[in-house]
Design a protein around this ligand. Structure first.
Ligand SMILES: Cc1cc2nc3c(=O)[nH]c(=O)nc-3n(C[C@H](O)[C@H](O)[C@H](O)COP(=O)(O)O)c2cc1C
Length: 222
């Protein structure tokens, strides 16, 4: 598959087949993604590959935390409550499209809403979760490196017939991830990428998010 096709084929898959991904294949994907660019070639990414019983344990602890309204405590500044209008519009549109697609009225269907939220913490049934981390003592440009690395993982996954969904939702509970996996305090839990074989028939996987045209976000200076 060429790069353009892979970029256009990738989307956030939120339902997976009950089919394991071989450890060797996960390794192969990371072995390709490591060629991502990074500032000063610092390669600040660190990955915890979580699968099998450990994944179940992590999911269980995270689900409990959400149900018990445990403290949400990102290792980094997650973002302001008030967003610029254009960003707020896109954010709201994303939520609305998901809720409409799943036929959830978030104001009325509290139970359905909770189930929807919990799906993130069940990793949408994916067999593999990649926790993407970095040292806490790094500058903000390192976030760029981790994002580029993630896109490389997600595009490489497409090449191998796999699907992904990036998640910052689980990074709200870094203290749980640290405890379950024994990750030291000096590591910042930035985001995760779930990985698996897509359930192509699942209703949620028929949803595609729109994008603004180039003109909306680009200015040419000549
Ligand atoms: C940094 C980042 C964090 C995200 N966190 C979540 C998440 O926690 N849960 C989720 O379902 N999707 C998450 N997404 C997926 C976005 O909702 C998705 O990329 C966006 O709506 C565009 O849709 P697409 O990926 O299907 O093209 C995240 C994406 C990124 C890049």
């Amino acid at each position: 598959m060429n790069v353009v096709d892979a970029i256009k084929a990738r989307f956030s898959v939120r339902a997976y087949l009950d089919k394991p991904v071989e450890k060797e294949l996960v390794y192969k994907i990371l072995d390709i993604a490591r060629f991502s660019p990074s500032g000063h070639n610092m390669q600040p990414w660190e990955v915890a590959v979580v699968m099998g019983k450990k994944k179940e344990e992590l999911s269980q602890k995270l689900v409990e935390a959400v149900k018990n309204k445990a403290e949400r405590k990102y290792d980094y500044f997650y973002g302001p409550k008030e967003l610029p209008d254009i960003i707020n519009r896109r954010r709201k549109q994303c939520n609305t499209l998901v809720f409409e697609h799943k036929n959830i009225d978030p104001k009325k269907d509290r139970e359905k809403l909770m189930e929807h939220i919990l799906e993130n913490f069940r990793f949408f049934g994916a067999p593999v979760v990649l926790i993407i981390m970095r040292e806490k003592e790094l500058g903000e440009p390192s976030f760029i490196d981790l994002g580029l690395f993630g896109q490389s993982i997600m595009l490489t996954a497409v090449e191998f017939g796999l699907a992904t969904c990036p998640q910052t939702s689980i990074a709200a509970y870094p203290y749980i991830i640290r405890e379950v996996l024994g990750i030291p305090e000096n590591k910042m839990i930035v985001y995760s990428i779930v990985l698996g074989y897509p359930d192509k028939d699942a209703h949620i996987n028929k949803l595609r998010m729109p994008r603004d045209e180039v003109e909306v976000f680009t200015t040419f200076y000549e």
